[in-house]
Write a protein that binds this ligand. Structure first.
Ligand code: FAD
Ligand code: SF4
Length: 474
């Protein structure tokens, strides 16, 4: 364990950096960018931990993983035991270790963050998860006697998967209804392979299938099935349908050929393999072309880096604020920049122009930052008379998503918020309809994988109570 170093020495040690594919090479391939820590690197990094008496990192984790404990076990080389600690609070560690915004969560709260060298908690979580997956480690040994109760889970993103995982381990029958032909939600249709290999998501899902979770694909609740039908057959329903309705810019020219929502662009590439020759749902050929992406979040980075990998010669991210306000993970921004993505800050589109219905350019308004808005970020406002234009063969709009109204339109009795999300009791995930629970992005609006997963788990615990006592007190 940590004896080789005194506390003073540990504080001086450099953070072990994640090995990465070379930027020029990776910009041509969909292979994962981060290569993972070696056993030695992981152990050395874990040894930097100060084993704080009151570990702030745990407070920073949205699901309260006992980070100090698992990191200590990694330092001791007990990886299986470390996995068990993580698994108590996080069912998808290989995924979260790769995509969680750790700098705003556990690593941001780590005492060493003050010295800009927080423990690389995400990289260690990923290391542990990858290690036990490669070793075929079994987390759950035995299932309880079936309870005879059944639950329908609508949506197979992290919220639905986490909810299903907990309920099946309590002995309930669980069927997941998913609108798409592959399970995983944003993990498969949104986040690209170079950040999150699909095989990892597939392994997590196979694990749930092995436990007995049934996945019904191409099942659109609100179209192919009604909520009423699900409630007639199951004892409870969990809704985790995400926030998949793209927002648009609302400027002239958005209907030109060559303008995509990020959802459509990424779904075609990630899920429908549009990068392969002869793909049935291709995107316009971007090779050698100029691409612009509107937005500053992870989705914008993913779209820009995807376009780059498909051969685009110039890819620009156009963002209304400055780099400081960008919600994307820092690592994604750095990776994008290294791959040659150009960032233009403080610009907002006023129109898209083209000829014969095909996009050719984007008209831009220069912005400056004013007073903070309700999100706490300084509001961009136009600088009078400062306009410009940039050539664009293809534009991707990645400025956020709203709640998908498809299912909700069929149940007007369900209470929603003014943003169109489902209104729930925050602790229990209970909706205004008895027996129906909800969580994830459909409740919070676009958020993060770990928050969606946490909501799915809280709802699962609350479903247990409802299945036990049948008392509905929203
Ligand atoms: P989703 O993952 O959206 O899953 C919902 C599922 O429900 C989908 O599979 C959908 O097809 C299905 N569905 C919808 N309607 C129906 C219906 N009527 N019937 C049946 N099924 C239905 N978060 C991070 O933490 N880190 C990141 O790096 C990150 N990157 C992101 C990149 C992109 C491109 C996007 C779009 C999001 C990213 N996020 C990231 C956010 C994160 O992915 C989401 O917050 C999270 O996936 C929400 O989980 P969910 O289960 O609520 O919904
Ligand atoms: Fe280790 Fe940082 Fe957590 Fe302290 S706050 S226990 S140094 S990871």
């Amino acid at each position: 364990m940590s004896e080789p170093f005194t506390k003073k020495e540990r504080m001086k040690l450099d953070r072990i950096e994640m090995p990465e594919r070379d930027a020029a090479e990776r910009a041509q391939s969909f292979d994962e960018v981060n290569l993972g820590l070696t056993a030695k690197m992981a152990q050395l990094e874990a040894m930097r931990c100060l084993e704080c008496k009151r570990p702030k990192c745990v407070d920073g984790c949205p699901v309260g993983i006992q980070i100090d404990e698992f990191v200590k076990l990694v330092a001791e080389g007990s990886i299986g035991a470390a996995a068990e600690i993580i698994q108590r609070d996080n069912l998808l560690p290989a995924i979260c270790g790769r995509v969680c915004p750790q700098e705003n969560q556990c690593e941001g709260a780590c005492v060493l963050a003050k010295r800009e060298r927080p423990i690389a908690i995400g990289h260690l979580e990923r290391y542990v998860a990858d290690y036990v997956r490669a070793e075929g480690f079994e987390y759950i040994k035995e299932l309880p006697v079936p309870t005879g109760k059944s639950v329908a889970v609508v949506g197979s993103g992290p919220a639905g998967l986490a909810c299903a995982g907990d309920l099946i381990q309590s002995g309930h029958a669980v069927t997941v209804f998913e609108a798409l032909h592959e399970p995983g939600g944003v993990l498969v249709y949104g986040i690209p392979e170079f950040r999150l290999p699909k095989e990892i998501v597939a392994t997590e899902i196979r694990g749930l299938e092995d436990l007995g979770v049934v996945f019904e694909m191409n099942a659109i609740v609100g179209r192919t099935h009604t909520l009423e039908e699900l409630l007639a057959v199951h004892d409870a329903v969990f809704i985790g349908v995400g926030a998949g309705l793209p927002r648009f810019l609302g400027v002239p020219g958005e209907n030109l050929i060559g303008v995509y929502s990020a959802n459509e662009f990424l779904t075609r590439v990630n899920l429908m393999k549009a990068y392969l020759a002869g793909a049935e749902t291709p995107v316009l050929d971007v090779a050698g072309k100029q691409i612009v992406v509107f937005g500053g979040g992870n989705t914008a980075m993913d779209a820009a880096r995807t376009a780059r990998r498909m051969g685009a010669s110039i890819v620009r991210i156009l963002y209304r604020r400055t780099e400081e306000e960008m919600p994307a993970r820092r690592e994604e921004v750095r990776h994008a920049r290294e791959e040659g993505i150009i960032f233009d800050f403080l610009v907002g589109p006023t129109g898209l122009t083209g000829e014969d219905g095909v996009l050719e350019a984007v008209e831009l308004q220069q912005m400056e930052l004013g007073e903070p808005d309700e999100s706490g970020r300084r509001r961009p406002q136009p600088v009078e008379g400062a306009t410009s234009s940039v050539t664009a063969d293809l534009a991707v709009v990645a400025i956020g998503n709203g709640a998908n109204p498809l299912l909700l339109a069929t149940v007007p009795e369900m209470e929603t918020t003014r943003w169109g999300t489902i209104a729930v009791d925050e602790v229990t995930g209970r909706t205004s309809m008895p027996g129906v629970f909800a969580g994830g992005d459909i409740v919070t609006g676009g958020a993060t994988v770990i928050l969606a997963m946490g909501a799915g788990r809280r709802a699962a615990a609350s479903i247990e109570t409802w299945l036990d006592d049948g008392v509905w007190a929203p």
